[in-house]
Design a protein around this ligand. Structure first.
Ligand code: BDP
Length: 683
């Protein structure tokens, strides 16, 4: 806004009739109209049709004088093809795009192998215009790093969202699929604009009504949802209940090796594809947290997944099988059941046994989306299996969208983690994108969405940056956390440099701030059971779900070494096992995840463990208050309602951070009996 409009924005030229290209045209029209208050004219060269426009924004004249935006695919539009050499066309991946200024007529071409690529290119062009980039002479090539760039909704059909913090579901209400396609379409636009191309539309915990998503009761409505997503290049997946043959089909068993069960799934796949021809496949949570799975029948997970894969295979469908499998009813006295070990222990022996259209979806860490955990050792351990990485955008353990926590820096650490699977430089991002083990197509990244029916989508306005950042990073893991924050801030708040500098600092500091007042040195889970919000040091410590801090009067931390511990550290490859196994080399931030030490143990930082706990909690709470102060300095620069909305959350965060500080410091002061060297008040 405010910037002058490049002349080529006045007209859009397109010849191909394609629904995704139509979405691209509409996005350009809308975007340009809202940025420059001028509606571009549409020139359909083949049909000569010029769209009538009756709106309040002025309509540009339908002419290509002074340039225009030409959009299309290399194969479908000769003019587009002419703008690029054959080599340039070939360098463009299936979902990639090129944007180039034609110096002769001043036009800009947005081109791709596929309409999807063109759509992403159109969004890129809009982003450049919106962020005030120099668009004089453009020559860009962009290819996505990850084949699957997926979103997982944890929405239930009663309209609730598991771990949702931004209102109700936009997909379901009263056990029906929504009729409000406007909001769904806006979500599809939002996802595509961030580069995402797949969505699982229901919760991984699939219960009674949800189990019927795969039946005629819901397929007609689900196909309408899928059609909306399809027009934005997004493939629809369903989460399924592994016991569906029993619960939906009326069979006596769901045993994957039972021929009747296999046949039932084949027929089910047939019905789904009749309704949704480009259906993506199934997302499966099996034998996890009381959900049914192949274990009930004495079958392993490869047998369980492969049977489904065979049903989907004729249609090109995928089975995305989650590795979040652990015993949630363990005896806390038995350390051999360390929850951190579980996914590796279950799946490593099955490497190479899964069909080609099965992908294992692995959470970034071995536990469950804590503010700090090591990277899952399954990355690097499964050379002969398709893998996908799973992140959690919704802030279940990171402040539930009441606290600010920009997660892109955390995700970047995960992506850059070196697994050593093929020697030094074998990073997680190369496993996700398939390059390390030579996978093509059947890999990528998924993440649990953070949106709901709230007008601003994410509850905390600033939490939008996580959804946007997830999409951008999944497209290109080389982008920096700063760069992504900067883009999002400019697109959300405009080009006011004071706002950009302040909000950027807030976002970039927020993860470390949240970690400081909640989880010291790799200890997680000190939260209230069930809803997982707010401090409760022993909330889970003596429950069946696991053991997390192991604190007593003489020390703290879980010994996960091979030397006297659970042996988890040995699940990594060579150098990482050494790094974590040894107390000397283990990084401070994960020390208590891997080692049990006395409170007086001295960290690399030079502080004792107990003093670190005190200091980080005092500092963290103070820094939370500073976030609020930084925001308050922007009062005059921001729209009042936006300012107030975020301020309220920051006020809550400040107060709540104090509660975290007091609860944790008091607990460990009493356990250890060691006073704070700075003699601050600990209650
Ligand atoms: C945990 C959540 C739980 C999910 C589970 C999962 O607490 O609600 O169902 O993960 O990923 O983070 O399956």
């Amino acid at each position: 806004p405010g910037a002058s409009m490049p002349e080529w924005c006045a007209s859009i030229a397109v010849t191909e009739a394609d629904e995704i290209l139509e979405s691209a045209v509409q996005e350009l029209e809308r975007g340009i109209a809202s940025l420059f208050r001028l509606r571009p004219s549409l020139i359909r060269q083949r049909t000569g049709l010029i769209r009538e426009y009756t709106g309040s924004i002025q309509q540009a004249a339908a002419t290509t004088d002074g340039g225009h935006i030409l959009i299309g695919t290399f194969a479908g539009n000769p003019q587009v093809r002419q703008a690029f050499t054959e080599a340039e066309q070939e360098q463009t991946a299936e979902e990639g795009y090129r944007i180039r200024t034609n110096v002769e007529d001043g036009s800009v071409t947005v081109a791709g192998q596929t309409a999807k690529g063109v759509l992403y290119g159109a969004f890129h062009l809009l982003r450049l215009l919106q962020t005030g980039a120099d668009v004089q002479k453009l020559d860009l090539l962009e290819n996505p790093s990850n084949p699957l760039r997926m979103i997982n909704q944890w929405d239930n059909m009663d309209g609730s969202i598991e771990r949702g913090y931004a209102g109700r579901s936009i997909f379901y209400k009263n056990n029906e699929i929504t009729k409000d396609m406007g909001r769904i379409r806006d979500y599809a636009r939002l996802l595509a604009s961030a580069g995402l191309n797949a969505i699982a539309i229901n919760n991984v915990n699939v219960h009674r009504v949800e189990s019927q998503l795969i039946t005629e009761r819901f397929l007609p409505d689900a196909s309408r949802l899928a059609a909306v997503f399809r027009s934005y290049g997004i493939r629809t997946f369903f989460s399924i209940n592994y016991a569906s043959p029993i619960e939906v089909g009326g069979l006596a068993t769901a045993d994957p090796l039972d021929p009747e069960v296999a046949e039932w799934w084949k027929q089910t796949a047939h019905k789904i594809y009749a309704a949704i021809p480009d259906f993506g496949g199934f997302l499966v949570k099996a034998d996890s947290e009381n959900r049914p799975g192949p274990f009930s029948y004495g079958r392993n997970h490869a047998e369980g997944a492969n049977m489904l894969a065979e049903a989907l295979q004729p249609y090109g469908g995928l089975v995305i099988w989650r590795c979040f499998v652990y015993n949630c009813k363990q005896d806390w006295r038995d350390r051999s059941t360390d929850r951190a070990r579980a996914a590796y222990d279950h799946f490593k022996p099955l490497d190479g046994l899964f069909h080609d259209n099965v992908i294992l979806q692995v959470k970034n860490g071995p536990m469950d989306f804590q503010v700090r955990e090591p990277v899952s050792p399954l990355f690097g351990a499964m050379e002969r299996t398709n893998l996908m990485l799973e992140f959690q955008i919704t802030q279940e353990y990171t402040g539930q969208q009441r606290h600010l926590c920009y997660l892109v820096p955390q995700w970047k650490e995960v992506l850059n983690f070196d697994t050593y699977a093929r020697g030094k430089g074998s990073t997680v991002k190369q496993i996700a994108d398939g390059s390390l083990f030579g996978k093509s197509g059947t890999c990528g990244i998924a993440a649990v969405s953070n949106i709901g029916s709230d007008a601003n989508w994410t509850g905390h306005l600033l939490a939008q940056s996580n959804l946007y950042g997830y999409g951008r990073l999944t497209w290109n893991p080389e982008l920096s956390a700063e760069g992504i924050a900067n883009e999002w801030i400019r697109m959300t708040f405009g080009s006011n440099e004071r706002v950009i500098a302040a909000v950027s600092r807030m976002l970039l500091d927020s993860w470390s701030i949240y970690e400081s007042y909640t989880a010291p040195l790799g200890v997680g889970w000190m939260v209230n059971p069930d809803h997982h919000y707010g401090p409760n040091v022993d909330g889970y410590e003596y429950s069946k779900w696991g053991t997390y801090h192991f604190a007593d009067c003489s020390g703290i931390g879980v010994n996960r070494t091979a030397a006297g511990g659970t042996g988890y550290a040995a699940q990594y490859i060579g150098p990482n096992t050494e790094l974590y196994e040894s107390l000397e080399s283990c990084p401070d931030e994960l020390l208590l995840f891997f080692h049990h030490v006395p409170y007086t143990h001295v960290l690399h930082s030079g502080k004792t463990v107990i003093q670190h706990i005190y200091d980080s909690h005092f500092e963290g709470a103070e820094r939370a208050a500073q976030l609020m102060e930084t925001w308050m300095e922007l009062k005059e620069e921001l729209e009042e309602s936006v300012y107030q909305q975020v301020l309220e959350r920051l006020e809550h965060q400040t107060e709540h951070a104090g509660e975290w500080r007091d609860m944790i410091n008091t607990y460990f002061f009493r356990k250890s009996g060691i006073p704070d060297v700075h003699e601050r008040t600990i209650y």
